[in-house]
Ligand binder design. Structure first.
Ligand SMILES: NC(=O)c1ccc[n+]([C@@H]2O[C@H](COP(=O)([O-])OP(=O)(O)OC[C@H]3O[C@@H](n4cnc5c(N)ncnc54)[C@H](O)[C@@H]3O)[C@@H](O)[C@H]2O)c1
Ligand SMILES: [Fe+2]
Length: 408
């Protein structure tokens, strides 16, 4: 089989303890008027004031919007853009979790191209470059600091919507694990679990036909040689450190691994894409109002069960990255071990095991399958072709906690 590889990444990725101190000089090379998106929690912190002082010390005029609402309702974006326009920035900086970084991306699109945010939903809808973006994550989860996506909550849509365009990749990502020390255990668990699912779904995604048009026709091009490298690195780091980061938030090495893992997972899925677990989470999240990371993590072992036979070698490598002894074991046995390892890890960090536990009404399983199928970008990225019936099998298994075969 010939290999194909692609990566879409920020121009600069800076990772490491204390590296938030690189913000001022990074910004100075990109503009002189910085509009900063954050939330009320972070804007009250000393770390945040220090970053703002660093920007100012580098001669940059700063205007802060600190009312980001988690999961990003459109009202928040409208307010943010009004605030930005009154300032007239030439640079946008998102500091916070995925919500703050996604707000910065969406704001950069609106400030650069105007119009209605709904014009940009979907793939390749942003018509050209946006003003320079810097992303500084404070959770180890979404990977938004390096991805070409911003996820928004539109009150006119039941499910969340995404803007997917290489133009909204941050120019510079600054990933400092110290900013995650304050994440409480539940947030650490849910965001870290999301990152692991990004890596697994990217590593096991479909291989798309290797035409020279591939990267121009799809923002997410499926499994490839370059995203694989980052996916495996992510799986290794996250599997080794997620439980420790949750139970012992002051473990610096675990926090460091988690941030490197989430960043690497972002690099993997930012080019390869995610698949069925993410497609199914959209309607599940809309019905249960539960966190994205909880839903995708709960669904992951069931989706792996469904996909396993098509990805035996990849699952065996996942088992290896998660610490299974390869020695004499055949790939087939290791592929089952990968599913068990993922289940055990998520159980350990208290991710619910079934959709029933998550509060999904049993009479909504069919609707959930139908809605999942509408997320075609994700559905088409799954290694095994999906239709509504197959999705229903996966969802039924996840509802009851049974094997997908038993639900079929
Ligand atoms: N753009 C992408 O590539 C991408 C990928 C996956 C998910 N997302 C989106 O990202 C959002 C989720 O992001 P998230 O999980 O990072 O959380 P978040 O940004 O929604 O924040 C959740 C809560 O955690 C708090 N928080 C953040 N950092 C903290 C810290 N260091 N200490 C204490 N509290 C902290 C926030 O103040 C907030 O109350 C969702 O909207 C999701 O759809 C985006
Ligand atoms: Fe995700």
């Amino acid at each position: 089989m010939t290999q194909i590889g692609a990566l879409r990444t920020p121009r600069n990725i800076i990772f490491g303890k204390g590296q938030r101190g690189a913000l001022g000089l990074a910004a100075k090379s990109l503009g002189s008027r910085a509009f900063v998106c954050t939330d009320p929690r972070l804007s009250a912190e000393r770390d945040f004031s220090a970053m703002i002082d660093d920007l100012k010390a580098n001669g940059i005029a700063v205007h802060v919007y600190d009312q980001t609402v988690a999961e990003l309702p459109l009202t928040c974006l409208d307010e943010c853009i009004a605030s930005a326009k009154s300032f007239g920035p030439d640079l946008v900086i998102g500091i916070g979790g995925g919500s703050c970084m996604d707000l910065a991306k969406a704001a950069a699109v609106m400030l650069s191209h105007g119009g209605n945010i709904r014009d940009y939903y979907g793939e390749f809808k942003v018509p050209g470059p946006v003003m320079p973006l810097i992303a500084v994550p404070t959770t180890s989860g979404t990977g938004s600091e390096v991805t070409p996506v911003a996820v928004l909550g539109d009150p006119e849509r039941t499910m969340k919507v995404g803007i997917a365009s290489p133009h909204i990749i941050a120019h510079t990502a600054i990933c400092d694990p110290e900013l995650t020390y304050s994440c409480p255990p539940a947030l650490t668990a849910v965001s870290g679990a999301d990152a692991l699912t990004h890596a697994i779904e990217a590593f096991t995604a479909i291989r798309k036909p290797e035409t020279p048009r591939l990267v121009h026709e799809h923002v997410f091009i499926g499994k490839n040689a370059l995203s694989d490298h980052h996916a495996l690195l992510a799986i290794k780091r996250i599997a080794g450190s997620l439980s420790v980061a949750v139970s012992k938030g002051d473990d610096e090495a675990a926090r460091e691994d988690m941030m490197l893992g989430a960043l690497s997972a972002g690099l993997a899925f930012g080019t390869a894409g995610t698949a069925a677990a993410h497609a199914i989470q959209y309607p599940v999240g809309a019905l249960t109002h539960t966190a994205h990371g909880t839903g995708v993590a709960l669904l992951m072992p069931y989706v792996m069960d469904f996909n396993r036979a098509a990805r035996v070698s990849e699952f065996a490598q996942i088992a290896g990255a998660m610490g299974a002894a390869r020695k004499d074991a055949a790939d087939e046995a290791l592929s089952f071990a990968a599913i068990e390892a993922v289940k055990t890890l998520f159980k350990d960090i208290k991710i619910p095991a079934t959709l029933a536990e998550l509060g999904l009404p049993e009479d909504q399983l069919e609707w959930t399958a139908e809605q999942s199928f509408t997320a075609q970008r994700l559905i088409n990225n799954n290694p095994v072709p999906l239709d509504v019936k197959k999705l229903h099998h996966i969802i039924t298994a996840a509802y009851h906690g049974s094997s997908v075969k038993a639900a079929a």
